[in-house]
Ligand binder design. Structure first.
Ligand code: MG
Length: 344
């Protein structure tokens, strides 16, 4: 989504979810509210949009639209300041952040083991030392597949599993027990995102860290998860949870109970850049003199919206994203590349 300022400069944002719905919300409702306002007054702009949509919004596409507008405002503000966004948000101690390879998806006619063996080789060849695979095909099959991928990647690679809330608590607990000895970094969305208490049930029965939160929005939504201690890793999506402004509030809230907030990042080049700038500027929690290194999601499925809509995709070297050094989000868009997909 493009936000144009009075002097013709452009800020870019992204909303998670159906583009035509978000476009209608921005065109018919939120856009007109912002016309004539200062894009640098991000906090008051956010509050205006949230307050005006609160009675029928709060989550989902309404928050995704606010997220896109918020990210675009931050892009413009950092361009104004002549600095990469992560510096405006607090700065980063390193010039790169380790990524984990998100892949190992279901589907296709080929046996998964055969395809995933090739994918594991590619993951290692590209220098990744962390990866995440899908589970959700039933406890027995999942356990076999996790064992295979662990074998393909070797013991030195951090391996997480993601069920996309496929399971009932009893099934998730059973799977956790079956893979406990395989060095699992985290178990993501084991159960329904509508039921934080179910996460607690799973968490109480396994030493594996529990992750989740990509379906949750705003500090108000995450507060319950943190109060219950239902997560070890919270994963707001910056393009869905309310944007960078809200992501920072969620991260601060999470720090009160030692939860590390690491963004879910699954969108286009714009969404990836927003997640990276946000994450680069957040401290690692819980606080320690010897913090575990940060790990950010890097989806490796084929997606033209990551590679071809910008002049330069984020630089990936040895499984690490380099922080962009140009002002703002650092994305230089190629409108001609996404013109065929444009929804207005
Ligand atoms: Mg996930």
């Amino acid at each position: 989504m493009r936000l144009t300022s009075e002097d013709g400069r452009e800020g870019w944002g992204e909303a998670y979810g159906p583009a035509a719905v978000t476009a209608a919300i921005v065109r018919e409702f939120m856009g007109p509210l912002l016309i004539g306002r200062d894009p640098r007054s991000i906090e008051s702009n956010w509050e205006l949009l949230y307050a005006r949509s609160l009675d029928y919004g709060q989550k989902g596409v309404m928050l995704a639209a606010i997220s896109a507008l918020d990210i675009a405002c931050w892009d413009l503000k950092a361009q104004d300041a002549g600095t990469p966004l992560y510096r405006l948000l607090g700065g980063a101690p390193t010039q790169s952040i380790e990524c984990y390879w998100t892949g190992f998806y279901f589907g296709g006619d080929e046996p998964l083991e055969r395809r995933w063996e090739r994918e594991a080789r590619e993951c290692l060849d590209q220098g990744f030392r962390a990866a995440k695979m899908k589970v959700g095909l039933g406890v027995q099959r999942d356990a076999e597949l996790v064992a295979s991928v662990r074998d393909f990647l070797g013991a030195g690679v951090k391996l997480s599993i993601d069920a996309n809330h496929a399971y009932m608590p009893a099934e998730a607990i059973e799977l956790a027990r079956r893979v406990e000895g395989m060095g699992i970094h985290w178990f993501e969305e084991p159960v329904s995102p509508l039921d934080p208490e179910a996460y607690l049930q799973v968490k109480a029965q396994t030493p594996i860290s529990i992750a989740g939160g990509e379906c949750e929005s705003t500090r108000f939504g995450f507060e319950r998860w943190f109060r219950l201690r239902a997560l070890d890793y919270a994963q707001p999506d910056i393009c869905a949870c309310g944007g960078i402004s809200e992501g920072m509030k969620i991260a601060t809230l999470g720090s009160l109970t030692g939860v590390h907030v690491t963004p879910h990042a699954w969108g286009s080049a714009v969404g990836q850049a927003a997640a990276l700038h946000f994450y680069a500027a957040r401290p690692r929690h819980p606080s320690t003199l010897t913090p575990e290194s940060k790990l950010i999601e890097c989806d490796r499925t084929e997606n033209p919206f990551r590679e071809v809509i910008v002049d330069e995709p984020l630089r990936l070297a040895e499984g690490r994203w380099q922080l962009p050094d140009s002002p703002g989000l650092g994305v230089s868009m190629r409108p001609e590349a996404f013109a065929p997909y444009l929804v207005t």
